[in-house]
Design a protein around this ligand. Structure first.
Ligand SMILES: [Zn+2]
Length: 231
């Protein structure tokens, strides 16, 4: 399998500043990025997710990665390896399904979160950056009638430097806490420029500032989407 990790139909957005790019985001992306930054500030992977109702145009739930813990008692999952952004979001739902809702998440969902999205009947998944480690799970779901019949469309919806930023936070966490793992090796192979930036630890030095200031600081260093192939 040689799936292209580069998103298609990318708009040339990077002539804009970090602030202009943040200002141009739709509400679900604004809230997902806010959650990602909160996750990062609390020492976690830096991944955020929201559920969005495309009919009412309302964000119906928010979640963030909190595997290392989080001071907010509102999060259902904290301090364990199930505390992914999407799982926290799903755990906060009042209904037993997400039929008709769209999942916005800053990083391509992992095996656990993608499977749960299918189980809950999420209609569409939009993610901010590819996760080279869990890329193209769609090819897996086609092999079982249950998952094949409920599989949501899944699209990389951010581009350029902002997409790289979405990948930088979890990659920085991985470099710091799980060095030498397959995840790190995959990142270095597919995203050499971003991997170097993650390894530098620069994102960690910005934990105490706001999202806008951090993004402004990182903007000149962030690469555009890097061209790479899996397999
Ligand atoms: Zn996950």
């Amino acid at each position: 399998m040689a799936a292209t990790l580069v998103s298609r139909c990318m708009k040339p957005v990077d002539q804009f500043s970090a602030a202009q790019t943040l200002d141009s985001l739709s509400e679900p992306w604004t809230q997902a990025l806010d959650e990602a930054w909160l996750s990062w500030q609390h020492g976690n992977f830096g991944i955020g997710a929201v559920l969005f109702d495309p009919h009412t145009k309302v964000v119906t739930g928010r979640g963030r990665n909190a595997i290392g813990g989080d001071p907010s008692s509102e999060l259902r999952l904290r301090g364990n390896w199930m505390a992914h952004a999407e799982m926290n979001l799903f755990a906060s739902m009042s209904a037993f399904n997400a039929r008709g809702l769209h999942l916005y998440t800053t990083l391509e969902p992992c095996l656990m979160c993608a499977a749960t999205a299918i189980f809950l009947d999420v209609e569409e998944i939009k993610f901010g950056a590819n996760d080279e480690y869990f890329h193209d799970l769609d090819s897996l779901w086609k092999h079982h009638p249950y998952t094949a019949s409920r599989q949501p469309s899944s699209t990389k919806a951010l581009s350029g430097k902002l997409s790289s930023f979405c990948r930088l936070l979890p990659l920085s966490f991985t470099f710091e806490w799980r060095p030498g793992t397959t995840m790190v090796e995959e990142a270095i192979r597919h995203r050499p420029v971003l991997a170097k930036l993650a390894e530098s630890g620069v994102a960690t030095t910005l934990r105490n500032v706001g999202l806008g200031e951090a993004l402004d600081e990182l903007w000149p260093e962030l690469p555009d989407d890097e061209v790479h192939e899996s397999g």
